[in-house]
Design a protein around this ligand. Structure first.
Ligand code: ADP
Ligand code: NA
Length: 330
């Protein structure tokens, strides 16, 4: 049986990039595989400074966004990592398996710690070990990984293998990558070379999941473009990052390739394309926004879903930790 496990950091101010690049993929996974486990990676979130008020709100905001987008807590198990202490318990054991040299090779730590490597938290350094625990604690068979996470999945496999070898056991399953369709990478509406991000100071650069239809239309109307018309051949969008981004957003929302989108708009300028894109965006996003805004008011419901999800997750995680404790001699 396939067991798919995936985590996402709880962030606030969710935008179209988060939806098309991350949230929507989970909905597709849930529809493809029964019994997915999805967690909000709040233990990971505090590896860098996170204001407690923001973190608490962002955990619920992300849970609301996921459910608004289609995660069904009766089919998938949705929970915050911190409510399942087995993640941290197993991470400690795995810290004793992983080698400093292995972690020193992780490129993400080098990127995230920047110049002040000595000033980074131990948690940031050990982050990939917690990630290994996140999936091994459920004996996950498949883990979706983006390009930037491939190295961490390899590490999880190495840790699992070393544990199995050191303790002469077959306790851990070595997780495989779960291959998904090409994930959309959404760029800023103001600059085709920067990704759409909550940290961009200009609100015009992104479409927020809380924007109403008029705001969405205005932002798309004002999006940076060029005076050329759209070509039939996607290769002719090379060197036109803003144009390509809008075509890519249309394609992601309509489930069409660039070529399919261009076939409909070939020879048309942005005066014609933008209203069509705005209409499509509103059609796809407005129902999610409505549910998101509604759910976010119902904190009791969100907390109930997350509490029940955590209880279900613990039923799976507890036996693994018990087995591990027994194996290491506790
Ligand atoms: P932000 O850049 O706004 O701070 P996060 O880093 O919190 O976003 O990302 C949360 C999730 O959303 C991650 O899985 C990330 O890959 C995805 N994501 C964020 N921005 C984009 C984007 N512009 N295009 C595609 N996916 C994105
Ligand atoms: Na970010």
């Amino acid at each position: 049986m396939k067991r798919v496990v995936s985590g996402i950091q709880p962030t606030g101010n969710l935008h179209l990039g988060n939806y098309l690049g991350a949230i929507r993929n989970w909905v597709r996974m849930q529809d493809e595989e029964p019994g997915c486990l999805f967690f909000l990676a709040d233990l990971h979130a505090i590896t860098v400074w996170n204001d407690p008020k923001d973190l608490r709100a962002n955990i619920r905001a992300m849970a609301a966004a996921l459910m608004a987008a289609g995660i069904d807590p009766t089919r998938a198990t949705l929970f915050p990592q911190s409510l399942v202490p087995e993640h941290a318990e197993l991470a400690w054991i795995l810290n004793c398996i992983a080698r400093i040299g292995w972690l020193n090779r992780m490129t993400q730590f080098k990127e995230k710690s920047g110049k002040d490597r000595e000033g980074a938290s131990i948690g940031l350094f050990a982050y990939p070990v917690l990630q290994a625990a996140d999936v091994l604690v459920y004996k996950a068979t498949h883990v979706p990984v983006g390009e930037d996470q491939k190295q961490h999945l390899e590490l999880a496999r190495d840790i699992a293998q070393k544990f199995n070898t050191d303790y002469e056991t077959e306790l851990f399953t070595l997780p495989e990558p779960y291959i998904q369709g090409r994930a959309a990478r959404v760029m800023s509406l103001r600059d085709g070379s920067a990704k759409m991000s909550k940290s961009d100071p200009s609100d015009m650069s992104r479409i927020n999941l809380t924007d109403d239809a008029d705001t969405i239309a205005t932002k798309i109307k004002k999006a940076k473009t060029d005076p050329e018309v759209l070509p039939a051949d996607p290769a002719l969008l090379d060197g036109r990052p803003e144009a390509r981004n809008l075509v890519a957003i249309y394609g992601a929302l309509a489930d069409q390739s660039e070529a399919e989108v261009l076939a409909q708009f070939e020879g048309k300028g942005f005066g014609a394309f933008k209203p069509a894109l705005a209409e499509l965006t509103v059609a796809k996003i407005a129902p999610i926004t409505a549910r998101y805004n509604e759910l976010r008011q119902d904190i009791a419901y969100i907390d109930d879903v997350l509490g029940k999800g955590a209880a279900r997750a613990r039923e799976l995680a507890r036996p693994t930790v018990a087995e591990v404790y027994e194996t290491v001699g506790f």
